[in-house]
Ligand binder design. Structure first.
Ligand code: 13P
Length: 252
């Protein structure tokens, strides 16, 4: 059985004290009322990782970085390496978010390095993919996402690919309140799973957790998560409110 995962991506929000308070609330709600079969992940800013790791129950709440350096260490001012992330206690790294690709010009070549370093350090990459509105309107979203995967994680040997979590986040649905319909999300996730089966095999495809992200909320999570190929969500805005995040976790 593949894992159900609900991961929050706090993006560039909260001070350390606000973030620790939010993590405390999520931790209490999840330990008291959270669905036991859902892996909960908090994607915090780098500055918060160690403090958040120190206050959550690691059996119920995991912690993710939202990015990592493309080099293991050295003279790269301002960068945060995967081993630094690991030393905080975080166990996941979000890689290739569309905001990183768009605003920080992260290419497939850079993402390949980040995925490799993350895996080498024993952390789990949450690899993001997804198309912009113009691509969706042109009807070429499947080819676009296929190319994103082929240029990056499909280069991995099967043993490494098995450790990856994928998040499909159509850019037009991120922070816009315009969620993909559950059918659109299901269709793309089923397509991705079929690509994995072709590239690797059915067993690997069936075991891969594939998440949907983009304006996911307590109001639409149940409908989205009821789809056969949707294994959870990558949640932006709604992950900043502990009760909303819990409602999404419990939407299965
Ligand atoms: P929103 O849930 O705010 O649309 O953000 C989605 C996202 O980008 C998560 O990584």
């Amino acid at each position: 059985m593949r894992k159900k995962i609900v991961a929050g991506n706090w993006k560039c929000n909260t001070t350390i004290s606000e973030g620790v308070e939010l993590a405390k609330q999520v931790n209490i709600l999840v330990t008291e009322r959270g669905a036991k079969d859902v892996v909960v992940v908090l994607g915090t800013p780098f500055t918060h990782l160690a403090s958040v790791c120190a206050i959550v129950d690691p059996d119920r709440v995991c912690v993710a970085a939202q990015n990592c350096a493309a080099e293991p260490k050295g003279a790269f001012t301002g960068e945060v390496s995967v081993s630094m992330i690991q030393s905080t206690g975080a166990t996941y790294v979000i890689i290739g978010h569309s905001e990183r690709r768009e605003y920080y010009l992260e290419t497939s070549e850079i993402l390949n390095k980040k995925v490799a370093l993350t895996l080498a350090q024993g952390l789990t990459p949450i690899y993001c993919c997804g198309e912009a509105l113009a691509i969706r309107e042109a009807g070429t979203e499947n080819n676009f996402v296929k190319k994103q995967l082929e240029e990056t994680i499909f280069n991995l040997p099967a043993e490494d690919f098995k450790k990856i979590v994928i998040a499909y986040e159509p850019i037009w649905a991120i922070g816009t309140g315009r969620t993909a319909s559950s059918q659109q999300a299901q269709d793309m996730l089923a397509f991705i799973r079929q690509l994995i089966a072709k590239k690797y095999d059915q067993t690997i495809a069936a075991a891969c957790s594939i998440l949907y992200g983009g304006s996911c909320s307590p109001a639409n999570a149940k409908e989205l998560f009821s789809q056969a190929d949707i294994d959870g969500g990558l949640i932006g805005g709604a992950s900043l409110k502990a009760e909303d995040f819990l409602a999404i976790i419990n939407a299965y």
